[in-house]
Design a protein around this ligand. Sequence first.
Ligand SMILES: C[S@@+](CC[C@H](N)C(=O)[O-])C[C@H]1O[C@@H](n2cnc3c(N)ncnc32)[C@H](O)[C@@H]1O
Length: 249
Amino acid sequence: MSDRWHTEVLRSEFERTSQTFGERTKGRFDGMGIVEFSRVGDRAKVLEVGVGTGNFLSLFDGPSRDLIGVDLTPAMILKALASFPAFGLVVADGAKLPLDSRSVDLASTAQTLHHIWEPLPVLREMRRVIAESGRVLVIDQIAPESFEQAIAMNELEMIRDPSHASSRPPSALRTLMRVAGLSIVDERIVGSRQRFSNWMPAIEFPPERIEKVKSFIDQHGAATGMNFERDGNDYTYDRERMMILAERA
Ligand SMILES: C[S@@+](CC[C@H](N)C(=O)[O-])C[C@H]1O[C@@H](n2cnc3c(N)ncnc32)[C@H](O)[C@@H]1O
């Protein structure tokens, strides 16, 4: 659930980045075997909460699939509509889905829960809209299990993007699923080495913010568990994402 203040911050961040986000993040789910992992059928109705510019939902594109995306930021929905006019795309909060109960086969969310302070109402809504045999798929970046490292990582993420709420460790994501009335069918953690200049490109972020994040990395980067390494004027770092597939408990 998003309060009004957080929704305003979120919308202003994603409105600014909407022009470049889709291109910058293209391919970031490649090689994760997401469609296969989700065990979704050829005729499935698939929902994504926090659809953004549509890159993730488009992984499920097929001749007989019905694809629906909701997002809180109108600018992101407009961008998604321009690229994927056949998808059913609407502005809505994941905590209040404009869908009938038990009406979709897969309710997914990717790289969005860490922008949500209270993810339980969203997960409960995703559970409400899945069919009897339907499933919930959650993909999100994760924090280390070490409390101190998770705090440092989230501090860095919030300087980079004030709409960031919390990257959670795997144990917290598992607990959230259970409390939302979901039972985990499968899970996987995927790690990759990333480049700072792709994460905070000058075309997308204000220069003073880039400098603040660099200065945080120089002073506290080692505390984040992200294994930052300097590479000239750039850095490389580790990013881990968790994939969880669940059904009604
Ligand atoms: C980092 S983007 C991810 C976009 C897309 N899932 C992808 O991975 O390419 C996060 C998106 O979630 C949306 N969002 C955040 N909180 C939301 C909420 N409570 N309900 C619906 N959308 C939300 C934001 O507006 C933003 O477009």
